[in-house]
Write a protein that binds this ligand. Sequence first.
Ligand code: B16
Ligand code: MG
Length: 212
Amino acid sequence: MIKAVIFDLDGVLTDTAVYHYQSWKAVAAKFSYNLTEHDNEKLKGVSRADSLNLILEWASVTLPQEEIPQLLQEKNDHYLLLINELGQKDILPGVLDFLTLLESHNCPKAVGSSSKNAPFILEKLGLASRFAAVIDGNGVKNTKPDPEVFLNAALQLQVLPENCLVIEDAPSGIQAAKAAGMKVVGVGHELTEADVCVSSLVGLDWDQIQNL
Ligand code: B16
Ligand code: MG
């Protein structure tokens, strides 16, 4: 039985992938690597530091360790500029209705995100008060696909992992949820490891999540 729902942020509550893409593309261009949208798909759910490592690997570039923090800072400064205008209009379809549905069943909700900007983005979206717990990239040692972020969320909600449902858009997050022993709704396509895959949260209902 599902007694709590844990939401990924980027790609589930709002779509910030294009802003991550633009800011990583600018960083990659510094070492003449043309980051593609296909590359960007593989960065979904992956932490900032791990994303930079992947890009450097794809570009076959090795940088002195001391240059890494500066690049991460530049990427984030650029990203923060791009998301500054984020607001309620950017909440993805079906999200508000689904949150209201869960509230009508007294089902506790949390956010489990790799993003260190999650609290800022939730404030911008006007969603911060809808979640009993927010576990983000600042609060975990091991990032997705490690289950830590979702296990921490379950602990804070005081619900056993087997009674938690995770809603995720990225393969790394789905692997993390499965490793935590949780059910998963995948948002997007070709998320074969999810228990069910939907194109958006529109129409997702209580019986459907209880029968996964
Ligand atoms: P930040 P999620 C993830 O958020 C994004 O999908 C991923 O593209 C990003 O690199 C990561 O957060 C870290 O984000 O640079 O803001 O700390 O999908 O786990 O909510
Ligand atoms: Mg995501």
